[in-house]
Design a protein around this ligand. Sequence first.
Ligand code: SR1
Length: 337
Amino acid sequence: MSRLRLSGVFAALLSTTAFAAAPAPFDKPGVKIALVSYISAGDFFQAYQSGAEAQAKKLGIDLRVFPGKQDATEEREQIEQAVNLGVKAIVIDHGLPESLKDVAQKALDAGVKVIAFDVNLDNAKIPQVEQSDHLLAKLALEQAIKDNGESFKVGYVYVAGFAPLDRRDEVWTEFKKKYPGIQEIARFGAVNATTAASVADQAKAVLRAHPEITVIFAPYDEFARGAKLALGELGLADKVKVYSADVSTADIREITEAGSPWVATVATNPAVVGAVSVRAAALAAAGADPGHDIVVEPVLLTQKALKESGVTTVEELSAKLPAFGKSSAATAAWIPE
Ligand code: SR1
């Protein structure tokens, strides 16, 4: 037997042993699970999907990915298609709750487990994965106060209807009450296939009309990229500071480049969140309880700390900050991480 063939047999034996240790249906490879997304464009969602795929591969899961195009009708249809494919579980990633609640219930009625990431389906049977959005917004806003004091004028980027943005908005509302010197001068935002470009156009108009703005609170990295683009084009990068959510390798480059107005972000590793979502789906499909609120904690990343650490990629960040690179959410002895 050739050396190559021997190592192939050994690998097959090893993986059979790994599957044998898992509960049904994961004691055999090929269990179908679906990932149905509302948004697939942008660094966050691409990394989230990669993390979900990597975790699925380790469990021998046949992950069916239904990409999102910000289309509520299509997302509904994709959930129905996933049920018809015979998946054991569906991860519903973002979306508009009112257009999803009934199809999610239909999936449950058909015996399919459902996990929601960042969409509130208001259903006790559907575990929710989230990034502790309240803490995320609190850390970003506390950093803004540390840098700018308790009195400054803000351009706020927000689109209502997305669970993570709504939760971050609750904290923003509280902050404005607690610090009356912090004034929201303008509110704008868009979520579409080209979010950063749309936000950049809006931000330019806002900043031209309100030169008194010195802080932009943009709690989604696509919003922050748009704000940064606008500040660069208007020559205001040294007058206005941007505070955001999320991080990617491209974001780290934008945050740390010379003269960047993007001074802090608060983020999880989206690949870890994708992995946690698949683990939760696998636990549920195996008849275990992943818990109702599955939280991945974010970390504060300032421009200063990123520059001082010399970190240039998300992988380096994961290696340096274990709290960012790993999550103990939705784990079990039989689930390889
Ligand atoms: C349109 S919602 C965008 C947010 O979803 C995820 O929670 C990311 O953190 C991103 O900020």
